[in-house]
Write a protein of this length. Structure first.
Length: 559
């Protein structure tokens, strides 16, 4: 039966509504796993990024392209060669083919050729990424080698900054470009300061390095670590100390700036108002620089101030004394009296050795293994020591050598260092009367309390006379008593006191070979490395407002 237009429209409307309902409910109750789709999207993104030239090509084809460019600089350069050259424009390919860093004209021609690709964003991005890789991975080396390259490096830095706006001329923009635009500070003269102050600095910086393929050997990584340490050094003492474990962890990951970074940390710790012994810091320093008082390690410790070096020396000596009388002595846990006695003399000990018996040498104990490693260069094999558990602790104090044994019932022996019947430069030493217990000793001291005084009193009396005679004291021919010899800074009459100025301080200290350390930017303090608390130098420094700190010298707050 025919129907009118109104009826047909109504039926079509009903049909349309019904189809929509069916469509809305057709997939009801079904769930979809989107992870496979996300993996495919990730694969596609990686393919697109790789197509933009994010992976550095092999060195051999880079070298061939550079040779062609240098050999025929005026010839037409293919795009393939142009892209290859961008990856090696600064470093070249190591020892095989040098880069263009010291070739001003060729380097600028390369940048001009890349700039001509501005109207072809995809091609520009591939060459830009090569230049960016060269920028991040440049090996600065020493200042002499960098000097001729510096103008070209700065030109590259400016080029990368100026051209970043030309990289987005297509519908698809690779992730690395977005990251670089968000972190354009990496192309500035202070590339990593942004990350040195943030609480989440490490996570953010690592993420950026991952996205931009900045390797762990990059100078950017080095700069970041130094910025982090310098920022931490400006914090209050407690905050700086609390952050030390993290800083040392970062430093251990980057050997390229380990020396300079460790030096900054040690100097800052030495400037703390309280230089509490920090085993983690001293362990770290000794692990990489060795024992500071050994001549063979002097080159590593040379650049450190006398104050910071002495801080580690004192810590180590205290630690070694502690280790001997608590780990290597037979009655270690109870040998508190000897431990306490020798700790009080740690600053008088010039050098120390451990002679280890068979048990200590063969022990697999972690503590002993670490101690043997830390004492490298100062560990001997103890022969003829009686018990296999016996060990010897050998201390050099001025002109004398003092020997303590770990096993009970052994005396303490004192020798003149130059006349001792043993050689500490050999691998082994005898713990019997032929060497360490020789009758040629000056003193054989027993750890036995007397009726009127404990053994410590007798030891202290003997050591006081010996230490005095080896550190600038002399006997008067009239009365035989010990008198101090005049120090180099003591004179018969005191010179007139000077009014303070920085110039007057510098001149005063220079004439006396005294070092001045300016730590005003770190802690606000000016240090004078004189360890004399009395005398003309002390009087002048005190007049200028300096204060004395034991084992460190004189300091003054500079506003």
């Amino acid at each position: 039966m025919p129907t009118g237009k109104g009826g047909m429209a109504s039926r079509l409307s009903s049909l349309s509504q019904r189809m929509r309902q069916i469509n809305d409910t057709a997939f009801g109750g079904l769930t979809f796993d989107l992870r496979q789709l996300e993996r495919e999207v990730g694969t596609l993104r990686k393919w697109l990024n790789d197509a933009e030239g994010t992976n550095a090509p092999p060195d051999d084809i880079i070298a061939t392209a550079i040779r062609r460019f240098v050999g025929s600089p005026n010839d037409k350069v293919s795009f393939r060669d142009l892209q290859l050259i961008t990856f090696g424009c600064l470093n070249g390919t190591g020892d095989t083919v040098p880069g263009l860093g010291d070739k001003k004209n060729l380097f600028h021609r390369l940048l001009d050729l890349v700039a001509k690709l501005r109207d072809r964003p995809r091609l520009l991005r591939r060459c830009y990424r090569g230049l960016l890789s060269s920028y991040f991975n440049y090996d600065f080396g020493d200042s002499t080698r960098f000097a001729p390259v510096k103008p070209q490096f700065e030109s590259l830095q400016a080029f990368l900054l100026n051209e970043i706006g030309c990289l987005e001329g297509t519908a698809y923009v690779p992730d690395w470009i977005k990251t670089l635009r968000q972190h354009v500070n990496l192309l500035s003269n202070e590339p990593t300061k942004r990350y040195s102050t943030a609480e989440t600095a490490d996570a953010e910086f690592r993420s950026v390095c991952s996205q931009l393929d900045i390797s762990k050997r990059s100078w950017i990584q080095n700069r970041y670590l130094i910025d982090r340490i310098e920022h931490a050094a400006k914090a209050p003492d407690d905050e700086f100390r609390a952050g030390l474990p993290h800083l040392l962890g970062l430093l251990q990951e980057n050997g390229q700036v380990l020396n300079s970074g460790l030096r900054l940390i040690l100097e800052r710790y030495a400037d703390c108002s309280e230089r509490t012994q920090n085993l983690a810091l001293s362990d770290f320093a000794v692990k990489f620089w060795g024992i500071p008082w050994l001549p063979s390690n002097s080159g590593r410790w040379f650049a450190l101030s006398a104050s910071a070096r002495q801080m580690i020396v004192d810590w180590l000596k205290l630690e070694f004394i502690q280790q001997f009388f608590s780990v290597l002595a037979e009655d270690g846990t109870n040998d508190r009296r000897r431990l306490k006695f020798w700790r009080s003399y740690h600053d008088k000990i010039d050098d120390m050795y451990f002679a280890l018996g068979r048990t200590a040498q063969a022990s697999l104990s972690r503590d002993l293994a670490e101690l043997r490693k830390k004492m490298t260069g100062r560990v001997l094999e103890l022969l003829n020591g009686g018990s296999a558990h016996n060990n010897a602790f050998i201390m050099q104090i001025g002109r004398f050598t003092v020997v303590e044994f770990g096993a009970k019932g052994n005396a303490c022996f004192v020798f003149e260092k130059d006349r001792a019947p043993f050689n500490l430069n050999q691998r082994s030493i005898s713990g019997d009367r032929t060497e360490l217990k020789s009758q040629d000793c000056l003193h054989r001291l027993l750890h036995v309390d007397g009726a009127s005084e404990p053994w410590e009193g007798k030891f202290r009396g003997i050591l006081s006379e010996l230490i005095g005679s080896s550190s600038g004291t002399r006997r008067s021919s009239n009365d035989g008593r010990l008198r101090a010899a005049p120090s180099s800074t003591t004179q018969q009459s005191a010179p007139p006191l000077l009014s303070y100025s920085r110039g007057a301080l510098e001149a005063f200290c220079k004439s006396r070979n005294i070092k001045v350390r300016d730590l005003t930017e770190v802690s606000g303090n000016l240090w004078v490395e004189s360890h004399e608390a009395e005398g003309n130098v002390a009087q002048q420094l005190r007049t200028w407002g300096f204060q004395f700190r034991q084992s460190r010298g004189w300091w003054r707050k500079v506003s």
